[in-house]
Design a protein around this ligand. Structure first.
Ligand SMILES: [Zn+2]
Length: 139
């Protein structure tokens, strides 16, 4: 786009919003330049669409607006879940590192014994976990 075209299109935009007057220079340029002529026509078409909205001839599609909000919430949730995942990884690394450190200073056999003991308790805790889950859901 020529610099003159940019200048004319700025003037056309001002004319469109009634901030400038139509001049001979604009008329001469539009008669010669297809790009600026198209720009002026598109401004006119846009005006028609905006008028249709103002007169409620075009109904606003609330489904599109609702979908945009749903998409925005999903993106926001995605950010949260990524942060939660990073936090989970950091906490898990700290715990694993702490256990690793305990093993290196000589508590390996005690930790192994505790793990075996906990594994044997899990089947007994399962009914309690299920009962709490059912109470929470209100069944
Ligand atoms: Zn032009």
């Amino acid at each position: 786009m020529e610099n003159k075209c940019k200048c004319i299109q700025d003037t056309l935009l001002d004319i469109h919003y009634k901030e400038a007057q139509w001049t001979e220079r604009v008329s001469i340029h539009i008669a010669k330049c297809q790009e600026c002529k198209g720009y002026w026509q598109r401004l006119g078409e846009m005006n028609e669409v905006m008028l249709a909205f103002d007169n409620n001839l075009i109904e606003t599609d609330k489904g599109i607006i609702d979908q945009a909000f749903i998409d925005a919430e999903a993106i926001e949730k995605g950010k949260h879940s990524r942060m939660e995942f990073v936090m989970f990884m950091l906490i898990a690394l700290v715990i694993i590192g702490f256990i690793g450190w305990l093993i290196t200073i000589g508590y390996g056999s005690i930790i192994l014994l505790q793990q075996v003991f906990l594994m044997m308790l899990i089947p007994f805790s399962l009914p309690i976990i299920i009962r709490q889950k059912l109470l929470k859901e209100g069944v």
